[in-house]
Design a binder for this molecule. Structure first.
Ligand code: SAH
Ligand code: SF4
Ligand code: F3S
Length: 448
């Protein structure tokens, strides 16, 4: 065991898929004897699991690497070696550039090679050289990673699909994560069963395009996400299912129907729209119109009237005019989101939109983002306030900051605070909602 007596710290940036990958990397290293730590000064190996989606996210990595370089030389004075690895989407996108900019880095490893992490770390240490592994290997990393370890958590992520072939013109994901790949049904079922046996009550299926899932079942036939959810819903002890992120174009009828049919499937859907202007949607290569999105929302709400919708929106995409932005506001106003993420467009190297001449001035982007967020914040507060006086089944996930307080999630994914005995962690409890804030609810336990 190359890691016996050693400690690893994995720091995660970016999306939930990185959170999942970080867990799997830590597990792969733990099989080699590494113990996890959260104290960077104690770590013999530090892995930054990075995100390349916007410039700010990518730049964070380099400021972090600056601090780590200092730490590495201080530990060296005490005779201790510190290995620094960069994983995730910046690793995939920048490869050797990372070592050129930050020579203290020992290993750059792309998201498709995590099963090789232990071997790569010991090679880099032995050969005292920086290694770069950013190929898209033939073998599937999931079948080479060690079996999933118990999570000891109420809720867990499970990646079922990776990569993206949609090539939205603003987005780096097709370049950093590669082509769409769906894991086989049997592997997902086995992983879910192991998680549930370890006490997990809720599983969120992950994929960059999760509703495009088309993994093979035991007979070799392609299974849709609805089919997969149906199989998972029959696991005894698994109480809640969620999935993210979905593309509007892949929101099939059987998946919409699953929201009406499957009790365990929570009434919450993250459905990025990006823009309300058809001209901009076309320039983004989203391949749907605002009217199609509206019609889709209507169909989803017909199947599951109480569903809470969430979205992603970009302001200041190249060429976006005041009229385009007004169309985005109009769409948001009309749909009404329970929750949303909104971003200023960030030109990304190698993407088609970065090469468009008509970039929107920063001041205009800032102004549009403020106006949009004002509207979205208002909708979120409205949604949360409307929950006061209702009772929700809440899955308690962790302790709150205050003594005796637990934090759980409502079916609509809102954090819910309540005073409760710690033995309710991991359980679904009926809570009467008494208060609503911009980002969370509070209530009292009714019955366990
Ligand atoms: N697969 C998901 C998106 C993953 S990226 C989907 O198709 O919806 C998460 C979000 O980041 C995107 O929905 C988009 O709103 C935002 N984003 C991606 N690239 C961006 C860029 N270059 N600038 C600003 N925001 C971006
Ligand atoms: Fe990026 Fe578009 Fe793929 Fe989402 S669908 S990951 S935004 S290219
Ligand atoms: Fe970021 Fe990669 Fe996720 S770019 S958002 S970590 S897929």
């Amino acid at each position: 065991m190359s890691g016996a007596g050693k400690k690893v710290l994995v720091k995660t940036f970016g999306c939930q898929m990185n959170v999942y990958d970080s867990e799997r990397m830590a597990e792969a290293l733990s099989a080699e004897g590494y113990a996890e730590t959260e104290v960077v000064e104690d770590a013999d190996l530090v892995i930054l699991n990075t995100c390349h989606i916007r410039e700010k996210a990518a730049e964070k990595v380099y400021s972090e690497l600056g601090r780590l370089r200092q730490l590495k030389s201080e530990r060296l004075k005490q005779g201790r070696e510190t290995m620094i690895a960069v994983a995730g989407c910046v690793a995939q996108a920048e490869g050797a550039e990372i070592i050129a900019r930050a020579p203290a880095v020992d290993l750059v490893v792309g998201p498709q090679s995590y099963h090789r992490l232990p071997e790569l770390v010991s090679r880099a240490s032995r050969e005292r050289t920086s290694l770069i592994e950013t190929n898209f290997p033939e073998e599937d990393k999931f079948s080479h990673l060690p079996r999933r370890a118990p999570r000891h958590a109420a809720s867990a992520f499970l990646t079922v699909q990776e990569g993206c072939d949609k090539f939205c013109t603003f987005c780096v994901v097709p370049y950093t994560r590669g082509m769409e790949y769906s894991r086989p049904v049997s592997a997902i079922l086995a992983e879910a069963e192991a998680l549930v046996a370890g006490g997990v009550a809720e599983i969120t299926l992950l994929g960059q395009n999760v509703n495009g899932y088309h993994g093979e079942d035991e007979t070799g036939a392609a299974t849709s996400l609805a089919g997969l959810l149906t199989r998972l819903a029959s696991i005894e002890g698994l109480q809640r299912l969620r999935y993210t992120t979905s593309h509007p174009r892949d929101m099939s009828d059987d998946l919409i129907d699953a929201h009406a049919r499957l009790q365990k499937l929570m009434p919450y859907l993250h459905l990025p729209i990006q823009s309300g202007s058809d001209r901009i949607l076309a320039a983004m290569n989203r391949k749907h119109t605002a009217a199609e999105y509206r019609a889709l929302v209507a169909r989803i709400r017909k199947a599951r009237p109480d569903i809470a919708l969430s979205t992603d929106i970009i302001v200041g995409f190249p060429g976006e005019t005041d009229a385009d932005f007004a169309a985005t506001l109009a769409l948001v106003e009309e749909v009404g989101f329970a929750q949303a993420y909104s971003f200023k467009y960030s030109p990304r190297p190698g993407t088609p939109a970065a090469k468009i001449d008509a970039q929107v001035p920063e001041a205009v982007k800032i102004d549009r983002l403020h106006r949009l967020q004002h509207m979205l914040d208002g909708q979120q507060i409205l949604f949360n306030t409307a929950c006061v006086g209702r009772t929700f089944p809440v899955l308690f996930e962790r302790s709150g900051r205050r003594q005796g307080q637990l934090i759980g999630r409502s079916p609509y994914l809102q954090p819910v605070h309540a005073f409760a005995e710690p033995d309710l962690l991991g359980r679904i409890v009926t809570v009467e909602i008494l208060g609503a804030g911009p980002n969370s609810l509070s209530g009292v336990i009714q019955a366990a």
